[in-house]
Design a protein around this ligand. Structure first.
Ligand code: GLN
Length: 490
């Protein structure tokens, strides 16, 4: 096995045993980026010099056996919505072209403090709006399993990087599914923590009441390790929770025996591909064999989650994106006749079509006379969805379903039809609206394309979701399947 094909926990042991150095490991991953980067186009920016410098510093720590953390010396990719001080951060948008943040996101600082190595900024849908990465202001990302297909979105660059060996792990962000859906479509593990579990300070905002940063990794142990490193209260994010962070590895291997797992009947949506449904049913059977009891549950408001999301998320986005006017960050058109004209030119040229569509939807939903009919109504629906989850979790410990109703689709297949595109997130969006957490794990392949199983646990019970995910992973081989770009290098 080549170094870039391994997991965090595996590499950590090799680093601690001084079998390899972080410099060697980082070179191995950088060489893989060189080899396949033109195929996946996963990165917007590769920070080669920074990575090698950090690797060297990590090797010092490892040599002295001082301040060695599970991520010391591990090469990690960062979605471009995460600010890194003095490193171009654009959120996949032309309007932030050349923007150098004056500070780093809290998650970035925490990884830095642990001695992680930053490979660069990964491609994503513009301001994280999308499900296929085709809304990137720069270029689309290609799925390492089939280059003519999408990797999912909006964290498609992070997903493709992990699935192709261009990173050992990555951070993404999930507002309506953007970690879990691309994880499912590229055969990796991806977790959306509960809102408030991970600080959003320094995350370029899309929809502030829904956004969460989370791990994208090759297996569940790595997911727990990466979550552990970034979770916890941050006084700079007033919405981050003060609750103590449990030791995620401590309960990971406890198994599902005696657990109650619910299967929401609404999650078998119309249009779900038969092979996806079959894999999920097989996974449910496997949990039963492992001693979990399975119960059908109902989340009756699931069908209105998508419409509510497409009011709430654009409303918040329209407000968050008002700050990009060319006078403060990144791109400025420089051709306006006066200040207002300059704002308009900058926004006209700087934003892509999907971002403009959301700004218009959101502005409309918030406008006088329509606020009650749309925004307020959507907030009421959100409350019903929160209650649906609460009710279900009085009966079961966690919920099981598909992550995405389909496997990765061809590039261009849905770009002309925004509603078809929005439907990709029909079973991931409820977890964001419902303030719960969810993880996607590989659960099969159909025609060489990965399928994801979604496990949802109550708010701040990430350890439960991870424990169920690990039980599945330990009993199956699905997570070991490697994309042609990753496996061919063996
Ligand atoms: N696909 C959804 C959207 O376009 C979710 C995106 C996300 O989670 N960032 O809004």
């Amino acid at each position: 096995m080549r170094l870039f094909q391994r997991t965090i926990h595996d590499l950590h042991q090799m680093l601690v045993d001084r079998e390899i150095s972080s410099a060697e490991l980082t070179e191995s991953v950088l060489a893989q980026i060189e080899a396949v980067g033109e195929k996946t186009r996963a990165y917007l920016l590769v920070t080669r010099d920074l990575a090698l410098r950090q690797a060297k510093a990590a090797d010092e720590r490892l040599k002295r056996k001082r301040d060695v953390a599970p991520l010391t010396g591990i090469p990690i990719a960062l979605k471009d919505v995460l600010c890194v001080k003095d490193v171009t951060s654009t959120a996949g948008s032309k309007i932030l072209k050349g923007f150098l943040p004056p500070y780093s996101a809290t998650v970035v600082e925490r990884l830095e403090a642990d001695g992680a190595v930053f490979l660069g900024k990964t491609n994503c849908d513009e301001f994280a709006m999308g499900s296929s990465n085709e809304n990137s202001g720069y270029w689309p990302v290609h799925n390492p399993w089939a280059l003519d297909r999408v990797p999912g979105g909006s964290s498609g660059g992070s997903a493709a990087a992990v699935a192709s060996g261009e990173a050992i792990a990555a951070l993404g962000s999930d507002t309506g599914g953007s970690i879990r859906q691309p994880a499912a479509l590229t055969g990796i593990v991806g977790m959306k923590p509960t809102y408030g579990r991970v600080s959003r300070y320094g995350l370029i905002a899309f929809a502030s009441s829904l956004d969460q940063i989370g791990p994208m990794t090759r297996d569940v142990v790595d997911c727990a390790v990466l979550l552990q490193a970034v979770a916890g209260h941050d006084r700079r994010d007033s919405t981050s929770s003060q609750r103590p962070v449990p030791d995620y590895l401590a309960t990971l291997r406890n198994g599902v025996k005696g657990m109650k797992l619910g299967v929401p009947k609404e999650y078998f949506v119309a249009g779900m591909e038969p092979a996806v449904e079959q894999s999920i049913r097989d996974a449910i059977g496997l949990f039963e064999q492992q001693g979990a009891s399975i119960e059908e549950v109902s989340l009756p408001h699931s069908d209105v989650a998508l419409p509510a999301y497409y009011i709430i998320a654009p409303a918040e986005a329209s407000s968050n994106l008002a700050r990009y006017d060319g006078t403060r960050y990144g791109f400025q058109a420089g051709s306006g006749r006066n200040l207002i004209d300059e704002y308009m030119q900058t926004r006209e040229e700087g934003f892509g079509a999907e971002v403009k569509r959301r700004i218009m939807l959101g502005t409309y939903a918030l406008s006088a006379g329509y606020y009650d009919a749309y925004y307020l109504q959507a907030q009421k629906v959100r409350t019903l969805i929160i209650e649906d989850f609460k009710r279900a979790f009085t009966r079961v410990d966690a919920l099981l379903g598909a992550t995405s109703p389909t496997v990765a689709f061809p590039l261009g297949a849905k770009t002309q039809d925004p509603v078809a595109m929005y439907l990709n997130d029909i079973i991931t969006i409820p977890a964001n609206l419902g303030n719960v957490c969810g993880v996607s794990v590989p659960c099969g392949l159909v025609d060489g394309l990965p399928i994801g199983l979604q496990i949802i646990a109550p708010g701040f019970r990430e350890e439960v979701a991870l424990r169920v995910a690990y039980a599945f992973e330990a009993a199956t081989e699905f997570h070991k399947a490697q994309s042609p770009l990753l496996g061919a290098a063996a």
